[in-house]
Design a protein around this ligand. Structure first.
Ligand SMILES: *Cc1c(COP(=O)(O)O)cnc(C)c1O
Length: 346
């Protein structure tokens, strides 16, 4: 793992911004194949020009509206591609995950669409509204233990005992390739795109998009953006290996969680493909959610607003990040009471 990573770093340095691809066996072909697999099951989301952000940035800025994706986030792309690659015996047994957020929601939805049994493991601490939302999508809920780790252990147990297939939220080639289909759409919708800002947590979204973009045009620059509070990938990249960070309360709750100390794909991919990673604070995330609503007329969750936050805070220097710039808005599953508080505050 370590040797492999430094090899990738070296390749990235030698090739400037253009590392050798495919990386870890993953390349453009996997993403174009994913697109065929998921066509008809996911929405091709709009790319829209933002006059106000363009004026702020001094370059043309466009928003990729994955907040309008079915289930309210891009996660449906990766999950749908992962299910498409399971054999019929596995599909008959079913799938399992421990995510209570956008990944669990997408897995529940995609499984029901294919008539596949889905089990979502949760701890006793998960609020009832989340439990109900996942149940409403037809998934079975297993309540176990008092932490996300306990829920994860239960998922692994169910996988072992009942033969359910674990569908990981980010560290999986089919999941990464599915998220990469966003990159293909961006290239079609804005062929002269130069800079792309992507929310970053486990790195499945970033890896897929950056792999698609840079395979087609190595000059496109990609930035991963995350919150200051508990940024596992950013800290791991600085450390040169996957490290654990303390989880904190954040408006960008979908960016929380670790990258896995046994990370197999996304750490190396983000390491090789990110031109930079940038952190934004809670106040600027709130400001960005408000901007998205008032100026762009979009409801977005905190995780989805980090690109706008970076732009609004002058973190994007257009001499290094030339336009046209695309900002990926990754989801809209925010508690609406919280959203109302954020958009009325001044
Ligand atoms: C999962 C998620 C992310 C982060 O995706 P990773 O692949 O884990 O980096 C960003 N935004 C939203 C809305 C998400 O649900």
């Amino acid at each position: 793992m370590r040797g492999r990573t430094s090899e990738l770093e070296q390749a990235a340095n030698e090739g400037g911004t253009s590392p050798t691809m495919p990386i870890l066996g993953l390349g453009l072909a996997d993403i174009t194949q994913a697109r065929e697999q998921i066509q008809g099951s996911v929405t091709r989301t709009p790319l829209v020009y933002s006059p106000s952000l363009s004026a702020m940035a001094g370059a043309s800025v466009h928003l990729k509206l994955e907040c309008q994706q079915t289930t309210g986030s891009f996660k449906l792309r990766g999950v749908t591609n992962a299910l498409a690659h399971l054999d019929s015996a596995a599909l008959q047994r079913g799938v399992v995950t421990a995510s209570t957020g956008n990944h669990g929601r997408a897995l529940a939805y995609a499984s029901r669409a294919r008539g596949v049994r889905a089990v979502v493991c949760m701890s006793h601490l998960v609020p009832l509204n989340k439990v109900e939302a996942i149940r409403a999508l037809g998934a079975q809920v297993h309540i176990a233990g008092h932490s996300q780790d306990d829920a994860q252990t239960e998922a692994v147990r169910l996988s072992r005992d009942q033969g359910l297939v674990v569908v990981p939220p980010f560290d999986d080639p089919h999941v990464i390739a599915g998220q990469g289909t966003i990159g293909l759409e961006i290239l079609e919708q804005l062929p002269d795109v130069r800079s792309v800002l992507v929310p970053l947590s486990g790195g499945g979204l970033f890896s897929g998009i950056a792999l698609a973009l840079k395979s087609v045009n190595p000059l496109i620059r990609t930035m991963g953006i995350t919150m200051e509070a508990g940024c596992a990938m950013h800290t791991s990249l600085r450390a040169g290996r996957p490290v654990q960070v303390e989880e904190s309360q954040t408006l960008a709750d979908s960016l929380g969680g670790g990258i896995g100390l046994d990370n197999r794909y996304t750490f190396a991919l983000v390491n090789a493909l990110a031109d930079d990673t940038v952190l934004v604070d809670e106040a600027s995330i709130a400001q960005a959610v408000r901007h998205a609503y008032r100026e762009e007329r979009e409801v977005v969750e905190g995780a989805a607003a980090v690109g706008i936050a970076a732009l609004m805070n002058g973190r994007i220097d257009v001499s290094r990040w030339p336009g046209p710039i695309v900002v990926v808005l990754s989801g809209r599953n925010i508690d609406m009471t919280l959203h109302r508080q954020l958009v009325v505050a001044t």
